[in-house]
Write a protein that binds this ligand. Structure first.
Ligand SMILES: [Ca+2]
Length: 323
């Protein structure tokens, strides 16, 4: 079975285009691809992607690494018959004549006009969206018209195999690419994934500060009451979600700290026992029992950056020197 991918080739991006993509990424993700309207079925490939095109409005390849959160297909007003469900494959160019499929979205039944589909696929800068089906057959915007050719709109794209009965590559597979001049009516939206959990940080990830959570980040609360014993201080902490929590305190001027950590369940106060270190014990023995030492404590969820999953409590530890 012959596998041929048709790839489109991509024009160099100007600095201003890149700057625009970066600015929009801050709020709603960066769009890339081609927004041309599909006009024809039966491009002789099972999947096609655009690599370069003179005058492209958007980057044709993913401008950054992150998560593909949406793909958009611009279909003809008169939708052709016999088009199978379509999807996008994320493809990475290997040299000029081959690609590897790194991810694939779900197959979708398309309708006339603009079609938008939510997805969640890892994507790296420089990868392309190849538009096609599972069984051969796709829709393209068509090669440049004679008029466009006069304006030197050149598309360098790639077609991946796909006559009827030919399979096209699945995730992890490679395919040869055959050059084509088709534009591809597909764009994608990419969001950053700073914590690397596979959820787009702008719209999919409720806790982009930590890879262990993609719902809301846990919130922590100290109980206001605490107990000071001979050798330790007991405080209570609860979390909105099960979490590995560290409670620590700095002792200014003593060059030491106190702290402990444990995994706690959601919604229930759990006791943390903080051993009083020798240096603090020594200081307390010299401190008048009518006075106390203020020790600021902080509770944090492990591996969640910033202050979103923290709480603070200052405990007062009485002196132990009696007259
Ligand atoms: Ca994320």
């Amino acid at each position: 079975m012959r596998r041929v991918l048709s790839l489109a080739i991509l024009a160099a991006l100007s600095g201003s285009l890149l700057a625009t993509a970066g600015a929009s990424a801050a709020s709603k993700g960066a769009e890339f691809g081609d927004t041309c309207s599909g006009v024809r079925a039966g491009a002789p490939f099972g999947a096609i992607f655009e690599r370069s095109r003179t005058g492209a409005q958007l980057p044709l390849a993913a401008p950054t690494s992150g998560v593909l959160t949406k793909w958009i297909a611009y279909m003809p007003a008169l939708f052709p018959e016999g088009v199978p469900p379509l999807t996008v494959r994320v493809v990475r160019a290997i040299g000029s004549g081959e690609v590897e499929v790194t991810a694939k979205a779900a197959l979708e039944s398309l309708r006339p006009g603009k079609n938008e589909f939510e997805t969640r696929l890892p994507i790296e800068a420089g990868e392309y969206l190849a538009f096609g089906s599972n069984e051969g057959g796709t829709i393209a915007c068509g090669p440049p018209s004679a008029e466009e050719e006069e304006l030197r709109v050149q598309v360098n794209g790639g077609g991946i195999a796909g006559g009827v009965g030919q399979s096209i590559p699945q995730v992890g597979e490679k395919a040869a690419v055959e050059a084509s001049a088709y534009r591809v009516p597909v764009s994608g939206v990419i969001e950053p994934d700073v914590d690397g959990d596979g959820y787009g940080d702008l719209t999919q990830d409720g806790c982009p500060q930590g890879a262990e959570y993609h719902g809301a980040c846990p919130t922590l609360h100290f109980a206001p009451a605490y107990t000071v014993g001979a050798g330790s201080v007991q405080v209570q902490v609860k979390s909105s979600a099960g979490a590995r929590v560290a409670v620590t305190g700095k002792l200014p001027g003593l060059g030491t700290s106190l702290g402990t950590r444990k995994t706690i369940p959601a919604g229930r106060y759990t006791t943390f026992s903080l051993a009083i270190p020798p240096a603090l014990g020594a200081q307390l023995r010299h401190l008048d029992s009518r006075k106390s030492l203020r020790v600021p404590l902080v509770a944090r969820v492990n591996h969640v950056t910033g202050n979103v999953s923290t709480d603070r409590l200052t405990v007062r530890i009485p002196g132990r020197h009696r007259h």
